[in-house]
Design a protein around this ligand. Structure first.
Ligand SMILES: [Zn+2]
Length: 367
C-alpha cells in the first residue's frame, strides 16, 4: 500500500437541507457523506427550501443540530436577500458564529429573481460594519457580477468570494481585480470541470443545476485555470434531491423552465466522490497534488479567515491509499448521500480513504 497524509479537505459550499421542506438530506447524513469523501470541515449555505437562515434563531437551530449530529465539523453561513428584511439580524448572526454572508444574485433554489448590486447595498454595508473580517459569498447573476465586485471590494474593501464560477470570462474578470490587490477569490465546482451541458440532453433534471453545466470548451478551460491556480478553490455545491424529486421535475417540466410557476429541482449530490476523483486527476498529472491541497485546504482557510490551530492540518487530516490497488470505478454501492444517487457513478476513483480526523477526532476509519 502506498499511503499519503493530506490536510483534511474543506468544502465551503454544501446544502445539507436541514431544517427544510426538502427531505433529501440531513446534517447527520450529509456530514457522514462528507467524511467518507475526506472532508474534515464543511460549510452549509442558508437557502434551505422553505426555511432560510435569515434569523439568529434559525442559525442557532442549525448549530445545535450539528453539535449533536454532525460527523465532521460543520459551520454555517447567514443569509440575507432584499426581500428578507433581516438586516437587523445580521449582527447577532455574525456573533452567533456565522462564518460569512451568502447572497443570491440570481434565480436558484429559494430565489426566483435576478437582482442589481444596488438591491444589496444596505445588506453589504451592515455586514461590513458587523463582520468586517467575514467574507461575502456570492451567487452572481447574469449581469450583476462586476457591479457587485465593485460595490463589495472597492467601496467597502470587503472580501468577496464568487461561488461556482462557470466561465473563463468570469475568472479573468475576477483575476483582474485580484492582481490590483482587491480582496476577492473564487471557487469552481467539480461538475463544472468534469461534466458538460450535453448531459442535460440525456439525463434531464439529473444534470440540471444553477449555474448550469458548461460546454466542453469551457469545462476544459476551467480545468486549466483551476490547475494553474487562477481559480482559488474547489467547492462542491453539494445540493441533494432524491430521485423522486428529480423525476417529478422531469415529468412536470421537461424543458427546464426556470419560473416560480414550474416545478424545478436544481443541484447535484456526490460529495463523497469528489476527492477520490480529484486524486485520479493527480495520477494523470492533470493537476498537481500541491494544487489539490491548496484548493481544498489552504485557500478555504484563507477565505474564511479560520484559525489554523483549530482547523489546520494538525487536528484535521486524511490518510489516503493511492496505490494502484486503490483505483476503482465508483459504483452505486459507494453512494452515502441521502439523495441515494451520485452523478459520479462510473467515474474513476484514484484513491481510497483510510482514515479521517476532524477537529482532533477520528471520524472515519476503513477496517
Ligand atoms: Zn449552492
Amino acid at each position: 500500500m502506498s499511503i499519503i497524509k493530506l490536510p483534511g479537505a474543506i468544502d465551503l459550499h454544501v446544502h445539507l437541507r436541514e431544517p427544510s421542506d426538502n427531505k433529501a438530506e440531513t446534517i447527520k447524513n450529509g456530514s457522514l457523506a462528507a467524511a467518507h469523501g475526506g472532508f474534515s470541515l464543511i460549510c452549509d449555505m442558508p437557502n434551505n427550501p422553505g426555511n432560510p437562515t435569515w434569523t439568529v434563531a434559525k442559525l442557532k437551530e442549525k448549530i445545535a443540530i450539528a453539535k449533536k449530529n454532525a460527523t465532521v465539523t460543520t459551520l454555517f453561513y447567514a443569509g440575507s436577500q432584499p426581500e428578507s428584511n433581516n438586516i437587523a439580524q445580521l449582527e447577532s448572526m455574525a456573533s452567533a458564529g456565522a462564518v460569512g454572508l451568502k447572497l443570491y444574485g440570481a434565480p436558484t433554489t429559494g430565489n426566483d429573481k435576478d437582482y442589481t448590486a444596488k438591491d444589496f447595498e444596505q445588506i453589504i454595508k451592515e455586514w461590513h460594519r458587523v463582520a468586517p473580517d467575514k467574507p461575502i459569498m456570492l451567487h452572481a447573476g447574469a449581469d450583476n457580477l462586476e457591479d457587485l465586485i465593485n460595490l463589495v471590494t472597492k467601496k467597502y474593501s470587503h472580501h468577496l468570494h464568487i461561488c461556482h464560477v462557470h466561465s473563463s470570462k468570469a475568472v479573468k474578470l475576477i483575476n483582474s481585480y485580484k492582481t490590483k490587490g482587491y480582496k476577492i477569490s473564487c471557487g469552481v465546482c467539480p461538475h463544472h470541470l468534469l461534466k458538460t451541458s450535453h448531459e442535460t440532453l440525456g439525463k434531464g433534471w439529473f444534470s440540471r443545476m444553477q449555474p448550469p453545466l458548461a460546454n466542453q470548451d469551457e469545462a476544459e478551460s476551467l480545468l486549466k485555470l483551476f490547475a494553474g491556480g487562477a481559480i482559488d478553490l474547489l467547492e462542491s455545491d453539494y445540493a441533494p434531491h432524491t430521485k423522486d424529486y428529480k423525476l417529478a421535475a422531469e415529468t412536470n417540466n421537461p424543458h427546464g423552465v426556470h419560473k416560480p410557476t414550474h416545478t424545478t429541482c436544481f443541484g447535484v449530490p456526490g460529495i463523497e466522490h469528489i476527492m477520490p476523483i480529484m486524486l485520479s486527476l493527480v495520477r494523470k498529472n492533470i493537476i498537481s497534488l500541491d494544487r489539490l491541497i491548496d484548493a481544498t485546504h489552504t485557500q478555504p482557510i484563507k477565505v474564511l479567515g479560520l484559525d489554523k490551530n483549530t482547523f489546520g492540518p494538525a487536528k484535521n487530516y486524511a490518510k489516503w491509499d493511492i496505490s494502484d490497488q486503490s483505483v476503482k470505478r465508483i459504483s452505486e454501492k459507494d453512494v452515502i448521500s441521502g439523495s441515494d444517487w451520485s452523478p459520479y457513478v462510473g467515474y474513476i476513483a484514484g484513491g481510497k480513504l483510510i482514515k479521517l480526523v476532524s477537529s482532533g477526532k477520528i471520524v472515519h476509519e476503513t477496517k
